[in-house]
Design a protein around this ligand. Structure first.
Ligand code: S3P
Length: 432
């Protein structure tokens, strides 16, 4: 286990191009693996998680080459082979859940395994719809290892019971290869990268409007390889966007950043908390928005605590740890509710955030589905437990920048799950 020491900093200055978005990298890797032809992906995520997806594609018969400048995936043209061993999803819930949907229609037996953290995360949520479609799926007490006895699937009409882009994706990937037309509706709209990625690879996916809009996908569609540049990861940028709020003269430029509207609620929140954000340009690639933004600190707009609940919580789910970690430094504090899902991420993120904030001397109230964190607090350095969770390690590195003494991040190596370059960028942007 490695430790990083974070010293109090005085400013944040500089520019950055973020490695490719983790969510989009997973989807491109998987669809490229299934498609016909050779897909070329530039700025693919450097995180370990999307590389777990690439590893699974190779195990299923795709050819994966890392050429340094880009990744090439030659797909299996619609038919995955029987893997010779387990499909190792590492720490990646996205790999395990989305892959289950992608492979369920193939006439093989698959065993999906993961590390300790992944083995205690809930998998029932994908078993139910995939079994409804005809796959036979065995879990161990609702968890991995997952054994899938694949075979022909039948389309279903599915309403997602919890807001989860991973569950949505598992159903759409299975629907793409099922007999008939699958439809799906979400009570709360989650990130829509799957919808864009499916269309980019040539699938037809429509959206029926109405009181509860439905995504509709016909089975039996074939995918064709693409060339794409993965937009910079906004959830990785979130750490530096939040750090920029901590210093009155901060100046940060983020280039080639993914700005998909289903992911960009964070920009509104940091603006309300006191960031001036200038969008310098935006373009669209394969349905995804990519832009350059400049961020400076400015007086906070909010007059009371920042409240994050309902649909906003779902849109910010991966950014909540870092928002909570800087909440004590904000003027009016933060109230986070409807975030029970945080308890079943790579760690129990509510518990770990609360414990680590208290270790730094913060006062807060913990709820089953969130926390209330008063603003205007002064924190001191402490020993931080990352719980082997990448987002906790990085969130508390940011909290450490404004502490009155040095902060020790134990289990700092977890950052490599999504953002191996994090500590290097942090040192360049915030000389300590
Ligand atoms: C993701 C969806 C979210 C998110 C995860 C990535 C995705 O998970 O927390 O980091 O790429 O679809 P859930 O679907 O479990 O909410």
């Amino acid at each position: 286990m490695s430790t990083e020491i974070i010293h109090p900093a005085r400013s944040l200055q500089g520019s950055l191009v973020l490695p490719g978005d983790k969510s989009i990298s997973h989807r491109y890797a998987m669809l490229a693996g299934l498609a016909e032809g050779t897909t070329k992906l530039s700025n693919f995520s450097t995180g370990a998680d999307p590389h777990s997806s690439l590893g699974c594609m190779a195990a299923l018969g795709a050819e994966v080459k890392d050429l340094g400048t880009h990744i090439e995936v030659t797909g299996v043209g619609g038919s995955f082979r029987q893997p010779t061993g387990d499909l190792d999803c590492g720490n990646s819930g996205s790999t395990m859940r989305m892959l289950s949907g992608l492979i369920a229609s193939h006439p093989h037996t698959f065993t999906l395994i993961g590390d300790h953290s992944l083995t205690v995360r809930p998998m029932e949520r994908i078993r139910k719809p995939l079994e409804q479609m005809g796959a036979r799926i065995a879990l161990v007490d609702g968890h991995a290892p997952i054994t899938i006895n694949g075979g022909p699937l039948k389309a279903i009409d599915f309403d997602t019971p919890i807001p989860s882009a991973q569950v949505k994706t598992a159903v759409l990937f299975a629907g793409l290869q099922a007999e008939g037309t699958t439809s799906l509706s979400e009570a709360i709209t989650t990130r829509d990268h799957t919808e864009h990625a499916l269309r980019a690879f040539g699938a037809k996916l429509t959206r029926e409007t109405g009181e509860r809009p439905r995504l509709v996908i016909a089975g039996g569609q074939k995918l064709k390889a693409i060339e794409a540049t993965v937009p910079g990861d906004l959830s990785s940028a979130a750490f530096f966007l939040c750090a920029a709020l901590l210093f009155p003269d901060s100046n940060l430029i983020l280039d080639s950043l993914g700005m998909n509207p289903t992911r960009s609620a964070l920009l509104d929140v940091v603006a309300a908390l006191g960031a001036k954000i200038k969008v310098l340009n935006v373009e669209e690639q394969h349905g995804e928005l990519i832009g350059t933004i400049q961020v400076n600190a400015a007086p906070a707009l909010s007059r009371g605590p920042m409240e994050i609940s309902g649909a906003l919580t779902a849109q910010l789910i991966d950014e909540l740890p870092v928002l909570a970690a800087i909440a004590p430094y904000t003027r009016h504090g933060m109230i986070i509710r409807d975030a029970k899902e945080l308890r079943v991420k790579e760690s129990d993120r509510i518990d770990l955030v609360a414990r680590n904030l208290r270790a730094m001397g913060a006062t807060l109230t913990e709820h089953e589905d969130g926390m209330e964190i008063p603003g205007g607090q002064t924190l001191h350095g402490a020993q931080i437990d990352s719980g082997s969770d990448h987002r906790i390690a990085m969130a508390f590195s940011i909290a450490g920048l404004r502490a009155t003494s040095a902060t020790e991040i134990n289990g700092a190596e977890a950052a490599a799950i999504s953002f191996p370059e994090f500590f290097t960028h942090l040192r360049n942007l915030c000389p300590q």
